[in-house]
Design a protein around this ligand. Sequence first.
Ligand SMILES: [Zn+2]
Length: 196
Amino acid sequence: MNYHHIQPGTLEVFCGPMKSGKTREILYKLDKIKYLENCNFLFIKPKLDTRDTFIKSRFSDVSQHCEIVDENLPTDILPLITSDLDLLIIDEIQFFSKEITTIIETILKKGLHVIVAGLDTDFTGKGFGSVPELLTLATKVHKLSGICEYSGCSNSSIRTQRLINGKPAKINDPIVSIEGQNNTYESRCLIHHQID
Ligand SMILES: [Zn+2]
């Protein structure tokens, strides 16, 4: 086993706003790791995201087959952790219910290297799901930023802007709302992040 890439019992977190390249970064990382001899990995994403069993980045053509787990039942991950696994990767970690932190701690104590990626803040700018708590468990944190999409700005973005029919969403709107026709998301800097 190459311990430069796989470190048993350690958690690595990739976090940032929408369009900051989180999925691209974990796919690139996995693209290198999967050629290591005897490295067994499992890639998971929440059901809510989509039922498509492939993970793709909006920024590249690299994709990876994954298992889908109900975000409200993170204990369903445990039976998937077979004794030959070295690496667990979970994308869109913010959607899993709070028990995910305990589940990940249990898996780390089994000696796996765990990599998670997700939004660190929701559209209101508050910590998203268990991501802030997971940062306290992490050995390595990759804090990513995008480019602010506000017209005329090109600052680094750290916030996710939700727009309903092109206007900033209200602070009391539901935290989880999948992108659709009237509901869109932009990557924004702090100055241009707006909540109604
Ligand atoms: Zn801006």
